[in-house]
Design a protein around this ligand. Structure first.
Ligand code: DGL
Length: 251
């Protein structure tokens, strides 16, 4: 049975890309809620409701037996509700990211950048505290980064200034490791690494793979979104090339 991957938009394709590389024979279905992205400024209640609709779509249409929330915002709030309603395991990106950061830090000071919802949830702080009591976590909500990525503005003066505005205050706390706590942000990683060359940078996409058990199937790939066109299409092409987008309606 296929693996179901879901996100508020196309940012989660950074996770999908790693999954299809790592598991060439596994059937992997992606849905992104491009009609309603971004989720990062929404309430917990709405994030859970939207996430449940995406998870239901995957299980009802593809009979997925494992769900991966390729979205930190969804992972921060909705996994218990999804597992409770659908009765199948739902993996998130928070724990893997926290584990990787704790391994990377040498001074036990970790920074997290994410959406306002992810930062408010405190999910990364809690996940790091479960692994290491000595490690301090400094967070920054970065609401302008998702629109920059969705618009494909990944280099140049504007993203540079915006990134510095968000990261500088936590860099000043002496962090040596930065968690990209939003699946859109790996697209900004080259610029972040250039701005902060001495910081270890870790993201959701690279850390989830070891948490997934692969199955041998036909290697089916499906990308569904709730709206089409615009920047999402070009971002999809940049990340995963020619896999076509199917437009779907959530009920
Ligand atoms: N990709 C989502 C995440 O990882 C953020 C995008 C949004 O705000 O919907 O948090």
């Amino acid at each position: 049975m296929p693996l179901g991957v879901f996100d508020s938009g196309v940012g989660g394709l950074t996770v999908f890309r790693e999954l299809i590389r790592a598991f060439p024979d596994t059937d992997i279905i992606y849905i992104g809620d491009t009609a309603r992205v971004p989720y990062g400024g929404r309430s917990q209640e709405i994030i859970v409701q939207y996430a449940l609709e995406l998870a239901r779509y995957l299980t009802e249409n593809y009979h997925t037996d494992l769900l991966i929330a390729a979205c930190n915002t969804i992972s921060s709030y909705a996994l218990p509700a999804i597992e409770g309603e659908l009765g199948i395991p739902a993996l998130g990106v928070i724990e893997p990211g926290a584990q990787s950061a704790v391994k990377l830090t040498k001074n036990n000071r970790i920074g997290v950048i994410g959406t306002s919802a992810t930062v408010t949830s405190g999910a990364y702080k809690q996940a790091v505290a479960r692994i290491s009591k000595e490690t301090e976590v400094f967070q920054a909500a970065c609401p302008l980064l998702v629109p920059l990525v969705e618009e494909g503005l990944l280099d140049g003066e504007i993203p540079r200034l915006v990134l510095k505005m968000y990261i500088e205050p936590i860099a000043e706390k002496g962090i040596d490791t930065l968690i990209l706590g939003c699946t859109h942000y790996p697209l900004l990683a080259p610029l972040i690494r250039e701005l902060y060359p001495n910081m270890a940078v870790t993201d959701s996409a690279e850390n989830i793979i070891s948490h997934v058990e692969a199955k041998k199937e036909s290697g089916l790939r499906v990308i569904a979104t709730t709206d089409t066109g615009g920047a999402a299409e070009s971002l999809k092409t940049k990340l995963v090339g020619g896999i076509p987008i199917t437009k779907v309606f959530l009920s």
